[in-house]
Design a protein around this ligand. Structure first.
Ligand code: F6P
Length: 367
């Protein structure tokens, strides 16, 4: 009898998820003795009645590493410890279904679970592991903010998409002598913004790790116009904030998720620059979910495949409670707890910050 392995993809989608799924399934077929299944929409597929679980074969996963999204679908509302839904009278009910989930996974006979997700999903994996679920985690997020791994897959694709967008915005900015503000995702971390600002050749890069002074930003842009360069590119991370201000958010009424969504800082910054007296024309572009969509670039296909193979090998070896990790040039694994202690932010002394300052990019802090 072959052993059974379950894959789930949780949280926001990310380019490279399908490459990980394919890596696991192909490795399982090379090793033999395993049947791999996928639960639809993270753990929801297990908890549904009837359950939504798919057998994944080499045929099912053929060429999916090229596709964006996840063939298993995903959700950021499927926390089994805080399972929420809206009753008919409009009130929200929340219960803990984690014991039921673990019991069902045992009933189905799964010898191991590979959970592909970001920090929220890995916190769930860790808690399920502490309750006895044999689970291995694979770190995913375009934001690259998960501690314990140098890179998460999806990040490099997001940077490439942002770079392509900036390249296009430069030509229209130049034609009109405009300031173009480009908002990118990243939550509390500025990794996407910093990389995109460097590769796109921006004048200003505003990140959550360095609160900005609006007059300093304005002066940097004015210097550029005074030097008759004609236009400016400002990259701003969605979680950036002014020195004496707060982050820009959009409320959310979606049940079962964080009620605070980030977004709109490009427009807030535009208003702040106008209020500070900047006379140049300003236009705002929010790249948002474009950064999560589409086909992964080669780097993320390769990293996803490496993560998938390594995750399968951990399951086959019975090494549970581990998170796959990329360190230097090596794929390895660490205990979940090492990754979940803190959010991975950009350190002030990071070499890329120095490089950016070295080519005149302003972080709005006057340095
Ligand atoms: O964590 C990835 C991310 O893309 C963040 O940068 C962003 O704030 C968030 O997801 C948005 O998620 P969603 O719109 O799916 O709730």
């Amino acid at each position: 009898m072959p052993k059974k392995l379950l894959i789930v993809t949780g949280g926001g989608d990310c380019p490279g998820l399908n490459a990980v799924i394919r890596g696991v399934v192909k490795r399982a077929s090379v090793i033999g003795g395993w049947d791999v299944y996928g639960s639809i929409e993270s753990f929801c597929g297990i908890l549904r009645d009837p359950p939504e679980i798919r057998l994944l074969t080499s045929e099912t996963v053929a060429r999916i590493h090229v596709q964006g999204g996840t063939i298993l679908l995903t959700t950021n509302k499927g926390n089994p410890f805080e399972w929420s839904w809206r009753r008919e009278d409009g009130t929200v009910e929340t219960i803990d279904r984690s014991d039921e989930l673990i019991a069902k996974i045992r009933e189905f006979g799964f010898a191991g679970v590979i959970s592909i997700g970001g920090d929220g999903s890995q916190r769930i994996s860790y808690d399920l592991g502490n309750r006895g679920l044999p689970v291995v985690g694979v770190p995913k997020t375009i934001d690259n903010d998960l501690a314990g791994t140098d890179y998460t897959f999806g990040f490099q694709t997001a940077v490439q998409t942002a770079t392509d967008a900036i390249d296009r915005l430069v030509t229209t900015a130049e034609s009109h002598n405009r300031v173009m503000i480009v908002e990118v995702m990243g939550r509390g971390a500025g990794w996407i913004a910093l990389h995109a600002a460097l590769s796109g050749g921006a004048e200003v890069c505003l990140i959550p790790e360095i609160p900005y002074d609006i007059n300093t930003v304005k002066e940097r842009i004015e210097r550029r116009f005074a030097a008759k360069r004609g236009y400016s590119i400002v990259v701003v991370a969605e979680g950036a904030r002014p020195t004496h201000g707060s982050i820009t958010t959009i409320g959310s009424s979606e049940v079962g998720r964080n009620p605070v969504r980030l977004g709109g800082v490009a427009y807030a910054l535009s208003r702040q620059l106008k209020d500070a007296g900047l006379s140049a024309d300003i236009r705002e572009t929010v790249l948002g979910h474009l950064l999560r969509g589409g086909s992964p670039i080669a780097f993320d296909r390769i990293l996803g495949t490496q993560f998938g193979v390594h995750a399968f090998d951990l399951v086959a070896a019975g090494s549970f409670g581990r998170l796959v990790s990329y360190q230097g040039t090596q794929v390895t694994d660490i205990p979940f707890s090492d990754a979940l202690m803190t959010e991975k932010l950009i350190p002030a002394e990071h070499q890329l910050i120095e490089t950016a300052r070295g080519v005149g990019i302003s972080f709005g802090d006057g340095k």
